[in-house]
Design a protein around this ligand. Structure first.
Ligand code: LIP
Length: 269
């Protein structure tokens, strides 16, 4: 089977990075701010990033590694790893367990391997390989229900990257969706939101301004589960959108076409 060495490497790196983060949970300290008082990396983001990169480099010394804290700039490579050493940094820093390590391999225009590890949430470890299915702690994820409607679903979102006018715009959709869904959550980890859609726990997740390392691994879980992810208008998503200027993706992922269509109608209204 293809990509087994890459999967093994992604899982090893996710576990090692995650164990380090868990061991330092409660001792988080800010390392640097990235342009605003709320956008920061902790020392643990940096160290986890280093642990993961070292493991990938050992097995694949020639591969480019795009990573949130050590190498966030886009370079055009046919093959690259995409790493978020802590997705949910603010949760981590505030003692909330909803955070994870997210690692993906991109090759030939597709996401081929994904691993998402949440060390403080029952050690949940999601993985997927293109064409080979999506798994949680080694067990294949249950099939998604194709006919469930928005009114029977919980929807997740995020608005971390927005301030001022942009925030007003992104908040505009919130009550409209809340009125039609069972409920809404803002969990603080895009990667886990996507995995929770793939696992059938959430009906959908949407957010704009997001970066490739927040979503790459989770997107593969979605497609392996026959869910779908697009931009807000329902068009195919370029996960490197905004590549020359720090990235800015808008993503809508849903567990079925019905929910996806209902939310596209709202997001484009
Ligand atoms: C965070 C996310 C969170 C989202 C923020 C942020 P980080 O990633 O995944 O859900 O709302 O936009 O990007 O910064 O913790 O890696």
């Amino acid at each position: 089977m293809k990509y087994q060495k890459e999967l093994h490497t992604a899982l090893t790196a996710a576990r090692k990075g995650g164990r380090y983060v868990k061991a330092n949970w409660g001792a988080a300290s800010i390392n640097n701010f990235k342009g605003s008082y709320k956008d920061y990396a902790t020392k643990q983001d940096i160290q986890s990033n280093q642990i993961i990169v070292d493991i990938i480099k050992k097995s694949f010394p020639d591969d480019y590694i795009l990573s949130e804290e050590l190498c966030p700039g886009f370079e055009d490579h046919d093959r690259m790893w995409i790493v978020d050493p802590i997705d949910g940094t603010r949760n981590f820093a505030h003692g909330i367990p909803n955070f994870c390590v997210s690692i993906a391999l991109w090759e030939g225009g597709k996401i081929r391997v994904g691993a998402v590890y949440a060390p403080c949430l029952n050690n949940e470890l999601f993985h997927a390989v293109h064409g080979q299915g999506a798994f949680l702690n080694g067990k294949r994820l249950p099939r998604l229900r194709p006919r469930v409607a928005l009114k029977s679903s919980i929807v997740a979102t995020g608005f971390f990257y927005h301030n001022g006018k942009e925030l007003t715009f992104s908040m505009k959709h919130f009550p409209l969706i809340l009125n039609k869904a069972t409920d809404m959550i803002r969990s603080g980890s895009a990667a886990l939101d996507l995995c929770n859609v793939a696992a059938g726990r959430l009906g959908a997740y949407y957010e704009s301004g997001i970066k490739p390392w927040d979503v790459a691994a989770g997107c593969l879980m979605i497609t392996e589960q026959k869910g779908l992810y697009t931009d807000y208008a329902g068009n195919s998503l370029d996960i490197f959108r905004g590549r020359t200027n720090g990235f800015a993706i808008e993503i809508l992922a849903a567990k079925n076409r019905r929910i996806h269509g209902e939310i596209v109608d709202i997001l484009t209204s």
